[in-house]
Design a protein around this ligand. Structure first.
Ligand SMILES: Nc1ncnc2c1ncn2[C@@H]1O[C@H](COP(=O)(O)OP(=O)(O)O)[C@@H](O)[C@H]1O
Ligand SMILES: [Mg+2]
Length: 395
């Protein structure tokens, strides 16, 4: 089965598409091959529209309805462009995370990932799995993080304790103790504050290769003030997003940085250190003890200044990128949703309650039938309901 995993994270930097082939092997085992992947830009003006809705937190109904359509079209287009670029056949299944517009983990609790799946099914002909987080929230979970399902099946090691750290807009870690059960949480801002400072102070979308931050001195006192934020001190399970660390929080920090007389380089160095330090302290406070290996992925894995600060703070752990274990770090999250979509249509649960805090595992996602629905379900229903225990990566 060919599955297109589609991910657009909190950075809103582009649409990641990973085309995966997943094949059942021995009982309880799958093999997964990443046939190719790509990042497609948002159509003109779409990023600004998403940011517009996110920033004031209350898009007008007409704008939200229009965005649901525009995002569905953008995701469908991204899948079509990626398979065309890679000269691959159209996928059987599209597993589309959608664009998170709001993630509410207190009060009435809910989460909203936009992008109309009916449009994706209509344009691609494929069956679509979307809305991955709702089922876990319905069972009392945070609805996040969901990537640990992939992390645990791919990266659990019999003797090495690993921390699998993704650094997107938000940072999230999956601890894989050897031996022991996996657990996970969002560590806090990943690239989000860095990106906002780069845009606001330098007019750049991000601090490429951490070049600006590497030239600045870290304001240690300011760093400590920022790390007082209660999110960092809350015990897992926990998840966060732009609601907490987005524009309002970033602007307040930038105002304080100016008041302290910090240069752009000093501001970026300090905000980069916030990400590194929150990861290191999160590991010390809530980690499984000794961590042999940290496996980094996401756009932050391309920032050597950030990686250096993390390595410096966690000297007992070996720092690697998921690429070193055979999974491209830029495609990891899209691959994770491809696997979750595959599991959904096979009727197998894809959430780990220890990671999300839910009362029980859930089959994740809503299914929107494509033109191939009957044939696809016939194929899927032949496979056993038994839980998957291993996923082998094939080059
Ligand atoms: N060469 C690079 N140097 C520094 N940072 C980078 C580089 N490439 C990507 N990034 C960072 O990674 C971010 C995108 O990461 P990504 O994993 O796509 O996050 P998300 O899942 O939130 O979309 C960019 O916004 C930028 O901050
Ligand atoms: Mg991205």
């Amino acid at each position: 089965m060919h599955i297109a995993g589609v991910m657009s994270g909190t950075s809103i930097d582009g649409i990641d598409v990973a085309i995966c082939e997943i094949v059942p092997a021995d009982p309880g085992t799958l093999t997964l091959r990443v046939l190719g992947y790509g990042e497609q830009p948002f159509p003109d003006g779409l990023r600004a529209r998403i940011m517009g809705v996110l920033t004031d937190g209350q898009g007008a109904l007409a704008e939200l309805t229009g965005l649901q359509t525009a995002l569905g079209q953008a995701f469908a287009g991204a899948v079509q462009q990626t398979v065309a670029d890679l000269k691959l056949p159209a996928p059987d299944l599209v597993a589309c995370h959608g664009q998170t517009i709001y993630h509410l983990t207190t009060g009435e609790r809910g989460t909203w990932q936009m992008g109309n799946p009916a449009i994706i099914a209509a344009h691609t002909g494929a069956t679509v799995v979307s809305d991955f987080r709702a089922a876990d929230m319905a069972r009392g979970g945070e609805g996040a993080p969901l990537v640990p399902y992939l992390d645990a099946l791919l990266f659990h090691h019999p003797t090495l304790t690993r921390a699998v750290q993704n650094i997107g807009g938000i940072g999230n870690v999956t601890f894989l103790p050897a031996p022991g059960e996996p657990y996970a949480f969002d560590t806090g801002p990943g690239n989000m504050l860095i990106d906002q400072a780069a845009r606001s102070l330098l007019g750049l979308p991000f601090d490429r290769d951490g070049a600006v931050a590497s030239a600045g001195r870290i304001d240690e006192a300011f760093l400590e003030e920022i790390l007082v934020h209660p999110y960092f001190h809350r015990a897992p399970p926990k998840s966060t997003g732009r609601e907490m660390f987005g524009a309002a929080f970033g602007n307040e920090l930038l105002t304080r940085a100016v008041a302290r007389g910090l240069s752009p380089a000093e501001t970026l160095a300090t905000l980069t250190a916030v990400t590194a330090e929150s990861i290191a302290r999160g590991y010390r406070a809530f980690g499984p003890g000794r961590i042999d290996e940290i496996v980094v992925s996401g756009g932050g894995a391309r920032n050597p200044t950030l990686l250096h600060l993390i390595a410096e703070r966690l000297p007992a752990s070996r720092l690697t990128r998921s690429d070193d274990l055979g999974l491209p770090s830029d495609a990891k999250e899209a691959v994770a949703f491809a696997l979750l979509g595959y599991e959904a249509i096979h009727g197998r649960a894809g959430t780990l309650p220890r990671c999300t805090g839910a009362s029980q595992p859930s089959i994740t996602g809503s299914i929107t039938p494509g033109a191939n629905f009957r044939a696809l379900m016939r194929q899927a229903m032949k496979s056993p309901s038994r839980n998957i225990e291993h996923v082998h990566l094939r080059p």
